[in-house]
Write a protein that binds this ligand. Structure first.
Ligand SMILES: [Fe+2]
Ligand SMILES: [Fe+2]
Length: 235
C-alpha cells in the first residue's frame, strides 16, 4: 500500500503536526527518542484526549444496563483499552527501528488509527463508570520492547509480527462481540469498527511483505496476550 501523499517523512501527524515543507528533513535519533517518549506519556496518561475521528458510538443512545452488565462490559472494554496501549507501543517500537520509509509511514498511519481506538475505549470505560487498567505503563513498556526487538530483525519480521498480532486481535475482538451484553450497543459499535480496522492493518502488513512467524513465536504471543487480557479485566 502506498503512503498517503505527503506522509512519507511524517513521524506522527497527530503528535508533531508536521509543518509544511518539513518532509525533506531527516529525523535524528533524538527526534525519535523524544517522539517515543511523547507517545508513551500520551498513551498511558488519562484522559488520552479525543481521537482524530469521531467515536462510532457517539450518536448511539445509551441502553439501560444493570450493574452486572455494566461491570462486565467495563471489564471487557478495559481489556480492549489495554490491548490498544500495547498496540501503540508495538507500532511505535516498530516505527522507531523501521528501515524502509514507506513501511515506517504505513506503521505510523496504523498507529494513528490505534490511537483513536484507545481514545474510544477509554471514553466508553468512563461512561460505564470505571477506569482504565492501572497497569498501562507496564503494558506499554513491555510491548514497546517486544516491538523494537522484533523490528530490529528487519522489516519483513516486523511486518510479520504486526500481521500475526492483528490476526490474534481480530479473533480476540470476535470473542468480545460474543461476550458483550447484547444490549450494550455503544460498546459493540466501537469494537466492531476496531475489528474491521485491525483486519485491514493485518492485510496491509501482509501486502507490504510480512514474513510468517515460526509457530513457537505465535504460541508465545498467544500466551502473553492471555496474561494481559486476564489481568486487565480486573486491574
Ligand atoms: Fe486497535
Ligand atoms: Fe490494529
Amino acid at each position: 500500500m502506498l503512503p498517503r501523499k505527503g506522509a512519507e517523512y511524517t513521524f506522527s501527524r497527530r503528535r508533531f503536526a508536521i509543518i509544511p515543507g518539513m518532509h525533506e528533513r531527516q529525523l535524528t535519533p533524538l527526534d525519535r527518542l523524544l517522539a517515543s517518549a511523547n507517545n508513551a506519556l500520551r498513551t498511558v496518561a488519562t484522559p488520552a484526549g479525543r481521537g482524530a475521528r469521531p467515536n462510532p458510538a457517539e450518536h448511539i443512545i445509551e441502553a439501560d444496563l444493570d450493574d452486572r452488565q455494566k461491570a462486565h462490559a467495563a471489564g471487557l472494554m478495559r481489556v480492549n483499552h489495554a490491548g490498544e496501549v500495547c498496540a501503540q507501543a508495538l507500532y511505535q517500537g516498530h516505527a522507531a527501528v523501521a528501515r524502509d520509509k514507506a513501511i515506517e509511514a504505513q506503521i505510523q498511519r496504523a498507529a494513528d488509527e490505534e490511537f483513536d481506538h484507545l481514545a474510544w475505549c477509554e471514553e466508553r470505560i468512563h461512561e460505564l463508570g470505571e477506569d482504565v487498567s492501572k497497569l498501562s505503563p507496564f503494558w506499554y513498556a513491555g510491548a514497546f520492547a517486544i516491538g523494537a526487538a522484533s523490528g530490529m530483525l528487519g522489516d519483513k519480521w516486523s511486518l510479520g509480527f504486526i500481521a500475526e498480532t492483528e490476526k490474534q486481535v481480530c479473533a480476540h475482538l470476535d470473542s468480545h462481540l460474543d461476550a458483550l451484553p447484547e444490549e450494550d450497543v455503544k460498546s459493540r459499535a466501537i469494537v466492531e469498527q476496531m475489528r474491521d480496522e485491525e483486519e485491514e492493518h493485518g492485510e496491509n502488513a501482509i501486502d507490504a511483505g510480512a514474513a510468517e512467524l515460526p509457530a513457537p513465536v505465535r504460541q508465545l504471543m498467544q500466551i502473553t496476550a492471555k496474561v494481559m487480557t486476564k489481568t486487565a479485566y480486573w486491574v
